[in-house]
Design a protein around this ligand. Structure first.
Ligand code: 2DT
Ligand code: MG
Length: 175
């Protein structure tokens, strides 16, 4: 499951913002990213209640890390719209240096894809990872490996988390 879902009405607004085709006020776009998650919560809950494991890209952590990299946005303010979202059972940070990311296809075409901003975002992630109420995978994963290697590595430690989550109710994020 990909969050951001760029196909909904809200997702399309976000997508053109990221492609620099429109401009949105900073608070507004932050709230739209959050709304884009909330609109998927019924589906997320339905799947989880069917016993389906969801692998979600980015989620609220990117919301906070990216917006609070802008001037005059506190991390606390950035978290509020996402308070109460389904809480992940495990969060994995995949680390790629800005240099390597820049060498990958298409880097630089979208908003936020510039090195100085990405460094600020990284610092915000490091701040978010200190939160002991969340199950961050302690070891940061080196994302420069091949897809196959990454798949195997991530699979090796997610199976335990999946087992553990099986009989637990869905938690609430940052609440
Ligand atoms: P993708 O490359 O994954 O499509 O992300 N972003 C993402 C935010 O600023 N706030 C959010 O809540 C989320 C989920 C990160 C495109 C860019 O959107 C940023 C990169
Ligand atoms: Mg992208």
């Amino acid at each position: 499951l990909s969050l951001t879902d760029r196909t909904t009405d809200i997702g399309k607004l976000i997508s053109s913002y990221l492609e620099n085709k429109n401009n949105l006020e900073d608070h507004t776009v932050h709230l739209l990213f959050s709304a884009n998650r909330w609109e998927q919560v019924p589906l997320i809950k339905e799947k989880l209640n069917q016993g389906i494991t969801l692998v979600v890209d980015r989620y609220a952590f990117s919301g906070v890390a990216f917006t609070s990299a802008k001037e005059n946005f506190s991390m606390d303010w950035c978290k509020q719209p996402d308070v109460g979202l389904p809480k992940p059972d495990l969060i994995v940070f995949l680390r790629l240096s800005v240099l390597e990311a820049a060498q990958r296809g298409d880097f630089g075409n979208e908003r936020y894809e510039c090195s100085a901003f990405q460094e600020k975002v990284l610092q915000n992630y490091q701040q978010l990872m200190k939160d002991k109420t969340l199950n961050w995978k302690k070891q940061i994963v080196d994302a420069s490996k091949s897809i196959e290697e990454l798949h195997n590595e991530i699979k090796s430690f997610t199976e335990a988390a999946m087992q553990e989550a099986q009989n637990k109710p869905i938690g609430e994020l940052w609440k």
